[in-house]
Design a protein around this ligand. Structure first.
Ligand code: HEC
Ligand code: HEC
Length: 398
């Protein structure tokens, strides 16, 4: 142990002596950094204080939240601050019209109220995903179809996407190297990259780490559900701050259904919690598709690859509005979602349908009563927080 520390100490001293820094974010007191950052001050004013950045590194998370996919990219205050700037910067698109936040708006739970979002070269093929509590999940893969193996890899894919931000190198479009040259020519990035990484060079890995840190920093644990959960022994116990209907809805959400040979529910609940697992309400990494297999704008075409859902927290905003749902931006009412699971309709051949929704080889019929559906809706509404929609640390710094 002592030997190891000594090696680190010597290496640290060498780094200092040579004036170079590793690629890891550095939270130590300023080393080799200028005393002032005029471009950051001129661009962001009071929105970014390099002497006293927002706290991203040590979020105040309830003790019942245990899932965490941070991996080897721990959040630092400086790294997440750089990620915030990148997230809101339209310079990341070829025609300077689109930032990540164009399609992931804080007021909409970091999603978009439009079914399809406008990129530099057209509309997205799928609905934008809410990006809240992405850190607090077992699943490490991202996108509706989980094609990104990590959040780091995911975070620059929209930039390279021809339709979304355009640095694709396709059809004569600029590529990622052109973006790096562009960002290196921007004065506030010279200062920000030096502040975070000790040198002004822009690389894709530095961008990925910073963007992923910012995204993982976005959390929401101040819902009515959390107030109840904090003082309850477990999720199954009645919550003393819940109405009778909210507690009944919680039981329906949690309990697996029992089925007869025809796939009709004869007891138990609605089984939602098996895939959307409390208390994080993250998706079961083993989930397959849920029967929503449409493709926007292409009736009759099936997409069987959708196996991921954002957390079911913050489906509804504090003012009670709800955006488009599912990858197709399906009808935005919770009742229509529940009706889908309640009475699953035969659709085109779907060998990827999750077996939990096909008991005994039959499409599930939960046969929920009108009252039970309302109880589920009441419960889903308790999962909405308020701070995440307005907190300055996740807001536009420009
Ligand atoms: C033009 C709109 C658009 C832009 C710009 C955009 N996104 Fe997205 N984002 C989407 C859509 C649509 C999806 C879902 C796509 C899919 O799954 O195929 C998505 C998915 C994601 C996800 C996956 C969430 C999850 O839970 O799996 C993350 C993270 C994300 N975007 C971050 C970003 C970042 C970071 C940027 C900027 C570098 C960005 N997005 C730019 C529309 C956009
Ligand atoms: C077999 C696993 C599974 C079960 C059981 C399940 N879901 Fe889902 N859920 C998913 C998947 C996968 C998605 C993403 C589907 C898509 O976008 O097409 C999803 C999406 C959703 C969404 C949309 C989320 C968003 O951000 O747009 C809601 C709401 C939802 N489910 C509610 C429920 C409710 C309520 C129940 C219980 C009645 C339930 N789910 C049962 C797997 C499941």
């Amino acid at each position: 142990m002592l030997g190891k520390n000594l090696i680190f100490y010597v290496m640290g001293a060498m780094v200092l002596a040579l004036g170079v820094s590793s690629c890891q974010p550095d939270e130590e007191p300023d080393i080799n950094l200028p005393d002032s950052n005029p471009a950051i001050e001129a661009t962001f004013g009071n929105n970014i204080d390099v002497d006293n950045p927002f706290n991203y590194a040590n979020p105040d998370i309830p003790n019942y939240i245990v899932k965490d996919n941070t991996g080897n990219n721990p959040i630092t205050d400086r790294g997440a601050t750089l990620g915030r700037v990148l997230f809101y910067d339209t310079n990341l698109s070829t025609d300077n019209s689109v930032s990540c936040a164009t399609c992931h708006q804080q007021s909409a739970g970091f999603s978009d109220n439009d079914v399809q979002s406008q990129g530099v070269n057209g509309l997205t093929g799928r609905h934008s995903m809410r990006i809240i509590n992405t850190r607090y999940a077992e699943e490490e893969r991202f996108f509706w179809d989980e094609r990104a193996v990590s959040l780091e890899i995911q975070s620059t894919m929209p930039i390279r996407d021809h339709g979304e931000m355009g640095f694709s190198g396709e059809n004569g479009a600029p590529d990622f190297n052109d973006l790096i040259t562009k960002l290196e020519g921007i004065d506030y990035y010279q200062e920000l990259f030096t502040w975070v990484y000790g040198s002004p060079e822009v690389t894709e890995i530095k961008m990925q780490n910073a963007l992923a840190q910012f995204i993982r920093s976005i959390y929401s644990f101040d819902s009515k559900y959390d107030m109840g959960r904090a003082v309850a022994p477990n999720d199954g116990a009645p919550f003393n701050n819940f109405t009778a209907n909210e507690n009944a809805g919680k039981n329906l959400f949690l309990a697996p259904p029992q089925f007869n040979q025809q796939g009709e529910r004869v007891g138990g609940g609605a089984g939602c919690g098996g895939c959307h697992r409390p208390p994080e309400f993250d998706i079961d990494p083993n989930s397959r598709n849920n029967g929503f297999i449409g493709v926007i704008g292409s009736p009759g075409v099936a997409d069987l690859t959708i196996t991921r859902s954002p957390t079911l927290r913050d489906l509804v905003t504090p003012s009670g509005s709800i955006g488009p749902l599912m990858h197709t931006g399906f009808n935005n009412t919770l009742l229509s979602v529940i009706n889908h699971y309640d009475n699953m309709l035969p659709s085109s051949d779907n060998p990827q349908l999750d077996n939990r929704l096909r008991p005994n080889g039959q499409l599930q019929q939960l046969n929920l009563t009108t009252q039970e559906k309302q109880q589920l809706i009441d419960f889903l509404n308790t999962l909405t927080g308020s701070n995440v929609y307005t907190d300055d640390k996740w807001s536009n710094p420009f």
